[in-house]
Design a protein around this ligand. Structure first.
Ligand SMILES: CC(C)(COP(=O)(O)OP(=O)(O)OC[C@H]1O[C@@H](n2cnc3c(N)ncnc32)[C@H](O)[C@@H]1OP(=O)(O)O)[C@@H](O)C(=O)NCCC(=O)NCCS
Length: 328
């Protein structure tokens, strides 16, 4: 167990107080697990494990104790405490991305026995206020589309929906579809032709808007042709694989894979917005065939677009997130 002495500050504003990293992590982890267990994916479970590990790691706690009042912690936040028990939480994750000062509000959770008393709203409001005080110019959060209570709280506090994105997963043992349209023109799948890069890039940026690149950290230029990228892929451990579906010499869609630390391997789709579905389906199927040794593949795409096509390639919708933004 950690043997670091902890100074607890009582908040004059009642049960809302800043999260104390030295002492609160186990209780906050328990609360997050209780409130999100039914919707949590493997990345969420890893996050919880890391939180619990950090709460027992003396080196981390010593460092956290030193930087607690500065802006260096990767996550801060607020808790609602009643009789020594944490029953509400809202985390704030600051980011500096390409000169943009961004804060993300996450893990908003109220213990089921304490809901509908204004705790979730008060904690979100406090987190928002904190992010603004710290100079964040953009404050983001995401919420599942089937969570009207949370959406209402966020809208009331000034968050505005910017985009909706659906995540699909393909289980490793999901069968590859065999149904083909015999009347359709043949589609071939190969490596992308450098000639088509500007088109691919345009479709990638349409499907994965720059506004959210601080979150996923995608940098499409790494997928493109050119000497620098060639050297990077051949000299440095940076593997990229791509599948381009062509019909009559024209690009229909591409699917790209890059290494990732996440539990699932993400495939990045670039597809002609009003294009023929068979191109995207063929590229996705080719990717699945080659990447069979990866446990799980994930696709994230604007909600409502290409749904049938993505599903027909063996992917199942997992969740839809609404991305909401408040300004300073
Ligand atoms: C979403 C969540 C955090 C809301 O927490 P909460 O503390 O119940 O939130 P609030 O009490 O501030 O507001 C919730 C509702 O209670 C109502 N309410 C607030 N004070 C109230 C009171 N004194 N009496 C009755 N109702 C009240 C609010 O108007 C709101 O009503 P609505 O659902 O009709 O819009 C909670 O349901 C939760 O933990 N869910 C699981 C995790 C989750 O989904 N988190 C959000 C992730 S984005």
């Amino acid at each position: 167990m950690a043997s670091v002495s902890v100074q607890v500050h009582t908040s004059p504003s009642g049960p809302v107080r800043p999260m104390n990293v030295l002492r609160d992590l186990p209780q906050v982890a328990d609360l997050i697990e209780l409130c999100f267990s039914s919707t949590m994916d493997e990345d969420g479970q890893s996050f919880l494990q890391e939180m619990r590990r950090a709460s027992r790691d003396n080196n981390f706690l010593r460092w956290a104790g030193q930087v607690m009042d500065s802006a260096s912690l990767p996550m801060t936040g607020f808790v609602w405490e009643e009789n020594g028990r944490i029953v509400g939480n809202a985390s704030v994750v600051p980011q500096n991305f390409k000169g943009r000062k961004i804060s993300m509000i996450a893990n908003v959770a109220t213990h089921p026995d304490f809901r509908r008393r204004g705790i979730g709203r008060a904690l979100t409001e406090r987190a928002l206020q904190h992010a603004r005080q710290k100079g964040a110019k953009e404050i983001w959060l995401h919420v599942r589309d089937d969570n009207p209570t949370a959406i209402k709280i966020y809208e009331d506090l000034g968050f505005v929906e910017r985009t909706r994105r659906t995540t699909y997963y393909s289980a490793p043992d999901a069968l590859l579809p065999t149904v083909q349209d015999a009347t359709a023109k043949p589609v071939t799948v190969s490596k992308p032709n450098p000639r088509d890069w500007s088109l691919q890039r345009e479709w990638l940026r349409r499907a994965h808007p720059d506004e959210l690149n601080w979150y996923s950290r995608w940098d499409w230029d790494e997928l493109g042709p050119g000497l620098w990228n060639f050297l990077r892929r051949s000299m440095v451990e940076f593997d990229v694989r791509q599948w381009a579906a062509m019909q009559d010499g024209k690009l229909l869609a591409t699917v790209s894979w890059m290494p990732s630390m996440r539990a699932s391997n993400a495939l990045w789709i670039a597809a002609k917005p009003d294009g023929d579905a068979s191109g995207l389906r063929s590229a996705l199927e080719a990717a699945r065939r080659e990447l069979t040794h990866y446990r799980k593949l994930a696709v994230e795409y604007p909600t409502g677009e290409m749904v049938g096509t993505i599903q027909s390639a063996g992917f199942t919708p997992f969740r839809t997130l609404i991305w909401m933004r408040a300004t300073s």
